[in-house]
Design a protein around this ligand. Sequence first.
Ligand code: SOE
Length: 369
Amino acid sequence: MTQLGIGIVGTGMMGRIHADAARRVGARVVAVAGSSRTSAERAVREWAGGSAALEVEDLITHPDIDVVHLCVPNHLHEPLAARALEAGKHVVCEKPLALDLAGARALAGSARTSGLTAAVPFIYRYHPLVAEARARVQAGSAGSIHLIHGSYLQDWLSNPEDTNWRVDAGKGGASRAFADIGSHWCDLVEWVSGHRIQEVSALTKTAYAERPGAAGTAPGAVSTEDIASVAFRTDRGAVGSVIISQVSPGRKNRLWFEISTANVSVGFDQEQPETLWVGGREGNQVLTRDPNTLSPEAAELSTLPAGHPQGYHDAFRAFVADVYASVSHGAAVGRMPTFEDGLRAAAITEAVLASAERGAWVRVGDFSP
Ligand code: SOE
């Protein structure tokens, strides 16, 4: 396989994570672009050594770059992803794909007609024990799935002084907590269960009416939600609920789900990714990751032997490996989350906001392509 050339747009935490993953699977980070030349040069010095600091347009049109990774604030996703596709580049774009559903729909359409690889890093799919959970609840012996529930809780916005560009609807979009992390939860449980969330009834809450401006500017009114509480029904007859919060002191990145079928329950906590709780009438087990005893799908994602912990970086690496395999072979890899999944997340987000506003059940299909 020829070595792929990668361009990273964005110099924050996510830019660095994408660059690390790209290098771990043998690609070359050719260039980095940031909000300024200074931030791009700093990234080259600190974590993207060997690459060039470029302006975004020069990066997108660079002849040695095959894949553009967009790790920038949300309002830049749509224009930059559209530009990269137009320039014939494969794209990895952080979620949400756009500030609204119309933008996500347009982008997914462009990706479809381009025939290029266009992926969204819903990377929690790539934890080996998530694959194990999927294999167990979808096994014929499990019986029907009745219940899907859980939460995704963070605390980095729990103080009224906490702020970030995501708080500003102009940069982050009309939904914040749900679009940012609720999207991961919904993608994950749909992936694991094979069900699709069909109808939602949502409550949202903004904990603080004002927060400081992102760059030390004057405080401003906050219109985006800190919390969402969502009840749902799926297309295959299950019911469920999820709590999404970015204001839960002590919860750092606690994505947790539990799925109950007729014969088995599974529970997964992203902060303890080396274990899976498996419940049954005759007794419960806490599985630890051991490629020798897991399903083939989970064993495939186990790149280290038992007792050698894998985590977030490894899930990210496995996602990027699928993306580059798709680029190299010209075909999507089955489990790789694409712009279609990004569009799906945008439709669920839109339904959640509409339900909270109307105080009524809303069908996700009303917002689907
Ligand atoms: C911030 O909430 C954030 O970095 C999300 O944007 C990521 O998608 C999530 O994986 C971790 O938290």
